[in-house]
Design a protein around this ligand. Structure first.
Ligand SMILES: NC(=O)c1ccc[n+]([C@@H]2O[C@H](COP(=O)([O-])OP(=O)(O)OC[C@H]3O[C@@H](n4cnc5c(N)ncnc54)[C@H](O)[C@@H]3O)[C@@H](O)[C@H]2O)c1
Length: 469
């Protein structure tokens, strides 16, 4: 099928590239000229596993890049809208980018097309897209609008797209449903998975995925409700971790006990410094705004957001509690991205913590395998960026682990201990076993687990309690 994807950011680029790998002819559209030039030159603007290989495989063959939205629409049977939907100052989603794309699509409907919203949008958006396209002169029979929310996670975006738990299509007509069925047929039929050159199947992925057909309104709500539920799971376990710290229990054991209940499941029960990224924070705000608009005060979401923010403050109090005064302290920071496997720093709790530590007068040497370039644009020369974790640790008063990159979980602990000025590790991602850290001579703090102590500290700190301020 000939497909246009409007918006070549994180979601658009991955979506378009994966569609090409499924055998479709794709035009990736963007209005960011330098981005288009870089993409055409062969650059890959985001750090995402398998994306460089797939782009190299299809660039100039099944993938074209274009700044001409209308030409791309004219030559396509389906048009995916994957532009940003950032929050306004009131918390609701700013849909002006979506509206402007819908307006332009209207003038290019030369034959029946399906316009698909891929961006995360509030309920009723597909109806608004339809209204805007009609208002700008299109015939009602010339198009349908579908909702096909994207569930990929940054860091594993390509495999998430090609091995999804399910594919969701909100449609209002059988004709439109048929187009979406055809686009995803290589996945739903299993044909893609038997190809020799398919991207390898990740552990635990069930194939083929089901295509779930719903109304457009249900599909829009499913995406917001899914993200809200996942954020709630994270905040829930972070709240439980805080109680564990108070009573001296171990949240890891609690997670195992809860997560083995098949009704709950183990995933997303990872205590830490809170969620971030470009999706959860903004989607929760948007979902709360949608609910409010419908006359429902979704207070549960307020609490999820409050716990998430509090989690960062708790971590800061822990750092203060362990190091006493912060002014002038040299801290090694591992991780700046909002999660492992990506260079995305949008709403990164790691970055927010670094900014707070700088405000408190700390000196910081930081390392992240992918996000340092982006972090430098925000932090400038206020911190030192290093070549690796060991460089960051050299001479530091303590080491802070803020992002769950795999390589941070397998450091040479003997070497690390020698490099640090004091053998203190404060782990916001629970990457290490406290007993192993103690055996290597570290004073080790994590989230929701008893501290491993190799020195005498004041009582409140010893028990890993972070008192409320
Ligand atoms: N990033 C994720 O992990 C993720 C996952 C699922 C869903 N989503 C949703 O997908 C949507 C896109 O997110 P993203 O992270 O890819 O955003 P992004 O900011 O990385 O990309 C958006 C792209 O759209 C382009 N754009 C904006 N207006 C345009 C226009 N009029 N014409 C052509 N291009 C235009 C921008 O230049 C940019 O390249 C959002 O609604 C987001 O919530 C994101």
């Amino acid at each position: 099928m000939r497909i246009a994807v409007v918006g070549s950011g994180y979601v658009g680029l991955v979506t378009g590239t994966c569609f090409a790998d499924l055998g479709h002819d794709v035009v990736l559209v963007d209005n960011d000229e330098p981005k288009l030039v870089a993409l055409a030159r062969g650059e890959v603007p985001i750090h995402e596993r398998f994306l460089p290989e797939l782009l190299a495989r299809h660039r100039g063959k099944r993938i074209q890049f274009s700044g001409d939205l209308q030409a791309a629409v004219r030559q396509s049977q389906a048009v995916f809208i994957a532009v940003g939907t950032p929050p306004t100052e009131h918390g609701d989603a700013d849909l002006s980018y979506v509206e402007s794309v819908a307006r332009e699509i209207s003038g290019a409907l030369n034959e029946y097309k399906v316009v698909v919203e891929k961006s995360t949008v509030p309920v009723y958006t597909s109806q608004w897209i339809r209204t805007i396209i009609l208002r700008n002169g299109a015939e009602p029979g010339a198009f349908d609008v579908a909702s096909n929310p994207e569930f990929l996670r940054e860091g594993t975006a390509v495999t998430d797209f090609l091995y999804p738990d399910r594919i969701l299509a909100g449609v209002e007509s059988e004709r439109c449903a048929e187009v979406l069925r055809e686009i995803y047929a290589p996945l739903t039929s299993g044909a893609y998975y038997s190809r020799g050159d398919a991207i390898p199947r990740p552990d635990g992925a069930q194939v083929p995925p089901r295509l779930i057909l719903t109304s457009t309104k249900s599909a829009e709500l499913i995406k917001h409700a899914s993200n809200a539920f996942l954020a709630m799971k994270i905040s829930f376990i972070n709240a439980v971790a805080s109680i564990c710290e108070s009573v001296g229990a171990n949240v890891q054991q609690v997670c195992e006990g809860i997560g083995t209940d098949s009704r709950i499941g183990p995933r997303f029960l990872n205590p830490g410094i809170g969620y971030g990224g470009s999706c959860f924070p903004k989607d929760l705000l948007a979902f709360r705004a949608v609910a409010r608009e419908c006359g429902y005060e979704f207070r549960l979401l307020d609490e999820v957001m409050r716990i998430n923010e509090e989690q960062r403050h708790r971590f800061l109090r822990k750092v203060r509690g362990v190091l006493w005064t912060l002014r002038g302290k040299q801290l090694a920071v591992l991780g700046l991205a909002f999660k492992g496997g990506t260079d995305d720093i949008r709403e990164s709790p790691a970055l927010l913590l670094v900014q707070e530590l700088l405000r408190e007068g700390c000196r910081i040497s930081a390392y992240d395998p992918a996000a340092m370039e982006r972090a430098q644009q925000v932090l400038g020369s206020n911190i030192e960026f290093t070549q690796d974790s060991y460089d960051a640790a050299t001479g530091a008063d303590a080491l802070l682990i803020l992002t769950e990159w795999e390589e941070f979980a397998s450091l040479d602990l003997t070497r690390l201990r020698k490099l640090l000025k004091y053998p203190i590790v404060i782990d916001g991602r629970n990457l290490y076993d406290p007993a192993v850290m103690a055996a290597h001579g570290f004073t080790y703090y994590s989230v929701g687990r008893p501290a491993a102590l190799t020195e005498d500290l004041p009582a409140g700190i010893r028990s890993n309690k972070t008192e409320r301020s």
